[in-house]
Design a protein around this ligand. Structure first.
Ligand code: TXA
Ligand code: MG
Length: 316
């Protein structure tokens, strides 16, 4: 059920149920992070392997201190600058956070989301919420309540409706190793913005070189239809023009039917492109076409995080 009923969401969560919640990045599939049975339901509903850890959501830095051993200086600077917002910090966990939440890792991923409804909810609750994106494992993340309903509607009692997500791509995940600041997932806060606060960072996004984040699998965010990056000429050798759908940055592709094309931002605005990304990928996935052709964005600002999603969605 889709509803704006905050009290109902609160009640269901207190009783150990899973509820979909809006955030500014994508919708999350939330449950009491301190209740192992509730957390187990998240993995079950999402069909997610338990080696892929969850982000813990809360509403104040004071509360974060209850869940972690300490907050390194640079982490605190980032938290003060970007929270509430699309930043997730990996911090040394206290025992109160169940191992199931972190997949046995010693750090817990924490973030304060920037969404009025969900912040109200978190203020009311005396426990934090573990929440991955509210999509079946591996599929495109949801940015509206309807997206969640389409895939998980029959498995969860409530989808709290907070409108369309303003940022549209997931949070940037940042941690610290031997004094270095490391970005494990590109996301809603750009690399440049983070470097302005803490100096240079290392970007280490892939699972192969990244045992600390087993869940950041290479194939992810993927539509069901074959999804290709690059040049239309290669696809035109195998497909008719009307069989090809297109996701492009700012302009339509010539020689292909306009009705099967989605343009992320005619004004080349990265924020708008991020906002539209997952919705448009879903729409294309539902069109009567056989393949999707996507265009990479310039590697700047949020273009980097958008390209990361496109590459992981691409058919290997
Ligand atoms: O914007 C977001 O971050 C959204 C909203 C709902 O907050 N959440 C989200 O969650 O994208 P999810 O589960 O789809 O992606 C979280 C990523 C996973 O790739 C996971 O491996 C990584 O965060 N992660 C979580 N806890 C971790 C930990 N303790 N150490 C390393 N990586 C972790
Ligand atoms: Mg996800």
């Amino acid at each position: 059920m889709i509803s704006k009923d905050l009290q109902l969401a609160e009640k269901l969560l207190r009783e150990g149920n899973v509820v979909a919640i809006p955030t500014e990045t994508v919708y999350g599939l939330a449950a009491n992070a301190l209740d192992i049975k509730a957390v187990a339901k998240i993995f079950e509903v999402k069909n997610r392997p338990t080696f892929d850890p969850l982000i813990v959501h809360t509403d104040s830095i004071e509360k974060v201190s209850q869940f972690v051993e300490y907050i390194p200086e640079k982490a605190l600077l980032l938290a003060q600058t970007f929270w509430a917002g699309s930043l997730t910090l990996l911090l040394p966990k206290r025992n109160i956070i169940p191992d199931l939440v972190t997949s046995g890792l010693s750090r817990v991923a924490i973030r304060i989301p920037k969404h009025t409804l969900t912040l109200h909810l978190l203020e009311q609750l005396d426990f934090p919420l573990a929440a991955p994106s509210a999509n079946p494992f591996g599929y495109i993340s949801p940015t509206t309540a309807k997206h969640v309903e389409a895939q998980l509607g029959d498995k969860i009692p409530l989808i709290l409706d907070g409108g369309a997500c303003e940022v549209g791509i997931e949070s940037t995940i940042v941690g610290f190793e031997e004094g270095k600041t490391i970005i494990y997932r590109l996301g809603g806060i750009s690399v440049d913005a983070i470097e302005k606060i803490v100096g240079s960072v290392e970007i280490r996004p892939h699972s192969s070189s990244n045992p600390n984040a087993p869940g950041m699998l290479e194939s992810h965010y993927a539509p069901r239809k074959p999804f290709f990056l690059g040049n239309k000429n290669i696809l035109l050798e195998k497909y008719l023009p009307e069989e090809i759908g297109v996701l492009s940055f700012f302009e339509f592709q010539e020689e292909l039917p306009l009705e099967n094309q989605k343009v992320l931002s005619p004004n080349k605005d990265f924020l708008e492109a991020a906002q539209n990304l997952f919705s448009f990928m879903r729409e294309l996935d539902q069109m009567p076409i056989k393949v999707i052709l996507a265009e990479e964005l310039p590697e700047e600002s949020l273009g980097k995080a958008i390209n990361d999603r496109l590459r992981r969605a691409a058919t290997k």
